[in-house]
Design a protein around this ligand. Structure first.
Ligand code: ZN
Length: 485
């Protein structure tokens, strides 16, 4: 058997075939003609899956390939609320592919090429299906270019919150947890596929465009300015971000050598000043507790008041809809370790993000003259942490590792009860081992993905003589309020 080949393409690393040595010998001319005929129909590839079987968002992500890099070139005109974009997606095929999907919602697709050749495509819901001119071979690296334009959509999540492209008075915020990034660029929009990014955004002169990573150039021509940003460490698409507006962008060198890029909407400068001044101290405290910072820059973006319904841990620099509070800044920066660097394998594992970030707030209070994490735990267990009895009861609605539905992945069982699981581990192993565990976990899974089962196995390995069974059973997976605190 010989493999069918399309036009020459860049290739990924050679694939390993156990026990077989493959060699390619020149074929006799007659046989070659037969092979070419057989191959012209693209006979051996099959379509990649329309989703990666996420238990909460089954259409999110796509099967059959793994993205290495996104090159996004965007231009936005806030007056006309019009976005044009080119996405160059470099990916490796994980199977022989006759077609593959990208997640993309709204906008108009103006053209698709694969390896420079025009490709057929069609759209159904959030699936943009691309059929390259010839099949892609498992292991090969291929480049897909999608050109698009139109009015980007604001998406409403199952829990009613808004994401995707959020318009502001003078610009926009583009956010993506859990699935909003598909409103502003086509991609493999599931946390399990992380990639590096180059994002360039052109806006009318006078506005600023901020994104993830570090600045990589700024040019102004014909009344429009292009801001380029480079993200060199793997990033899940749900923490990719663009913020456009009248921002003051400051650079601060931290003691550890990193630069903090902080962009503040001009209406929020005064209100944010005090809290943002704490960013270097929070970073230092978090590195002390969680281990080395996983990325090459940090910072924050403070958008106009109410520009989003939530703060979000966008990579390198979280986004805040108006001046943040200290606890929120601590929470979103802690996500850089837990969520952005160690990313959940699926949306079921969201407590690995939110339990840790919430616990970071408890620890911050404990270390800064407030109540201890154990006191917070006890209040939540007794039911007097919140004034509202309904809110107190809500944390027992379902177990952290089994959210009841997609509409509830951002509810208090994932956050507060997730943090309670960490306090239970700390009670069991003591402070020394506990900090070893949370730092070791961030190091062991740095820039990767992990599931709840990976975490429980890791904890057990770090404290082999302790019995965590009851914690997992009652606190992580068990229904209702556990019998004992
Ligand atoms: Zn969070």
């Amino acid at each position: 058997m010989v493999s069918c080949r399309g036009p020459p393409r860049r290739r990924g690393p050679p694939r390993r075939i156990t026990g077989v040595t493959r060699s390619i010998r020149p074929l006799p001319a007659v046989l070659l003609a037969v092979v070419l005929t057989a191959c012209s129909g693209g006979v051996h590839g099959s379509p990649g899956g329309q989703g990666v079987r996420d238990p909460y968002f089954p259409r999110a992500g796509n099967g059959g390939y793994d993205v290495a890099h996104y090159g996004l070139t965007l231009a936005y005109d806030p007056g006309r609320h019009r976005l044009t974009g080119t996405a160059v997606i470099t990916a490796r095929a994980t199977q022989d592919l006759s077609a593959f999907d990208l997640d993309f919602k709204g906008m108009t697709v103006d053209g698709v090429t694969v390896e420079g050749n025009g490709a057929r495509w069609n759209r159904a819901g959030q699936e943009l299906t691309v059929r390259p001119r010839s099949d892609l071979e498992r292991g090969e690296t291929f480049r897909t270019t999608v050109r698009y334009s139109g009015t980007p959509e604001t998406l409403t999540d199952p829990d009613g919150s808004k994401e995707g492209w959020l318009r502001t008075a003078d610009g926009a915020l583009a956010l993506g947890e859990p699935t909003g990034s598909m409103a502003w660029f086509p991609g493999n929009h599931h946390p399990s596929d992380k990639a590096t990014y180059d994002i360039a955004v052109t806006v009318p002169q006078g506005l600023t465009a901020v994104s993830n990573g570090e600045p990589a150039g700024e040019t102004t021509r014909n009344g429009r300015t292009t801001f380029s940003w480079h993200t060199g460490q793997p990033m899940a698409s749900y923490v990719a971000m663009v913020a456009i507006g009248h921002f003051d962008l400051t650079r601060t060198a931290l003691k550890n050598g990193l630069t903090a890029y902080v962009a503040v909407d001009r209406t929020q400068t005064e209100a944010s000043r005090q809290v943002l001044a704490q960013l270097p101290d929070i970073m230092e405290w978090e590195e002390y507790n969680f281990g080395p910072y996983p990325f090459s820059s940090t910072g924050a973006v403070v958008g106009p008041e109410g520009s989003a319904g939530y703060a979000l841990e966008t990579q390198n620099r979280p986004v805040f809809p108006g001046a943040p509070e200290t606890g929120t800044l601590v929470h979103e920066l802690a996500h850089q370790w837990y969520g952005d660097s160690v990313t959940p394998a699926s949306w079921r594992d969201m407590w690995l993000n939110e339990g840790f970030a919430t616990y970071a707030e408890w620890l911050w209070r404990e270390d800064h003259g407030g109540q201890t994490a154990q006191q917070t735990f006890d209040q939540l267990y007794r039911g007097d942490y919140y004034d509202d009895p309904e809110q107190s009861k809500a944390i027992w609605a379902y177990p952290p590792a089994k959210p009841s539905s997609a509409a509830h992945i951002s509810d208090s069982p994932v956050y507060e009860r997730g943090a309670m699981v960490l306090q239970k581990i700390r009670q069991t192993v003591g402070d020394d081992t506990f900090y070893d565990i949370i730092q070791g976990w961030a190091a062991a899974r740095r820039h990767g993905n992990a599931s709840t089962a990976d975490f429980t196995a890791y904890v057990q390995k770090k404290a082999p003589h302790k019995d965590f069974g009851p914690i997992w059973r009652d606190w992580l997976y068990g229904d209702g309020r556990p019998e004992h605190p």
